[in-house]
Design a protein around this ligand. Structure first.
Ligand code: ADP
Ligand code: MG
Length: 307
């Protein structure tokens, strides 16, 4: 069984001279929630549209469930549920009536499916309220209910919390987590809000000006959301040996040929200094720093940061 549900290779979209999506290699693993994080205009919607075949790629390719998208659309689409931008529903029909129409159009789902989907997103079944009178939050919920109607393995949701109030956002988070943990769904979700992604996602891709700057697990990212010791030394390989063998340090990252960040801040600096000197290593600089996740995003996206 393939482990990778979505994999893009060098996925690129150009509009005229503008490269909106630039050689993106995205990896969404089965059963995980992947958060695509980027400012407005970063290219999130365009990537999702290419994954869904709603717009063609200029170059590069998309693989879904281990098969190339191109030519396999009919087999692959029934396994996916999506909500991209504002979903189009009939304003003078109720939520239930709207979903029943979509269920029939797709030829998949029964009345039970409509009821079940509404239940998951927390909307009433057979309510009298018409879609036109729905709040923004209810509209978003109905959009997601529509996406999960045919019980797809993969959900692609473009900024699903847009326009929701804090309670709505937290409820949305809860049912997405349920879909993932209880039903094993794979979810790709986009957002321009760091805190939202950090509370929800298992894996994160950071997109900036169409470039995927980083892809990592939330766990690994959180390690950077912490205090660390910065060492500037004359010899990194030797220093790492000492750190690992003598001080049992496992959590560190090498920044460049002279600096390393150590996330175990209980390290005894006096003892380390002595050990380095004994090995003929010069310690040029050291210090204790705190980095928040926000600092981290600011650094890698070139200063402006993400809200
Ligand atoms: N159909 C289009 N024609 C021209 N430019 C487009 C089109 N769609 C999107 N863009 C441009 O591509 C960039 C990325 O857009 P988008 O994928 O919507 O970003 P995001 O979803 O991250 O806000 C923006 O600069 C946008 O103006
Ligand atoms: Mg968008």
């Amino acid at each position: 069984m393939e482990d990778m549900v979505i994999q893009t290779s060098q996925l690129t979209k150009k509009y005229g001279d503008q490269t909106t999506v630039n050689q993106v290699n995205l990896h969404v693993k089965r059963g995980r929630i992947y958060g695509l994080l980027g400012r407005n205009g970063a290219g999130k919607t365009t990537i999702m549209k290419m994954i869904l075949g709603l717009t063609s790629a200029t170059s590069g390719s998309v693989e879904l469930f281990g098969s190339t998208l191109s030519g396999n659309e009919k087999l692959l689409y029934p396994r996916i549920g999506a909500m991209i931008e504002a979903p189009g529903f009939y304003p003078n029909l109720t939520g239930t009536e709207n979903l029943e129409i979509f269920a029939r159009l797709r030829g998949t789902a029964s009345n039970h499916a409509v009821k079940h989907a509404l239940e998951i997103v927390g909307l009433p079944y057979q309510d009298k309220k018409t879609f036109g009178k729905y709040s923004l939050g209810m509209k978003q919920r109905l959009g997601i209910a529509n996406a999960i109607l045919h019980d797809p393995e993969l959900l692609i949701l473009d900024e699903p919390t847009n326009g929701l109030d804090p309670i709505g956002i937290s409820e949305m988070r809860d049912f997405m987590k349920k879909l993932s943990t209880q039903q094993g769904k794979t979810i790709l979700i986009s957002s321009h809000i760091l805190s939202e992604i950090s509370l929800l996602a298992d894996d994160v891709g950071i997109l900036d000006h169409g470039v995927l700057l980083e892809e990592s697990s939330m766990k690994d990212l959180e390690k950077r959301n912490s205090k660390y010791i910065l060492l500037e030394v004359s010899d990194i390989p030797k220093t790492l040996l000492i750190l690992e063998r003598k001080f049992q340090v496992q959590e560190y990252s090498v920044q460049d040929e002279h600096t390393v960040q150590i996330y175990d801040t209980s390290l005894n600096m006096g003892e380390l200094n002595t050990a380095l000197v004994l090995e003929g290593i010069t310690l040029m600089n050291s210090g204790l720093y705190t980095q928040t996740l926000e600092d981290y995003f600011k650094n890698i996206t070139g200063g402006e940061g993400i809200a």
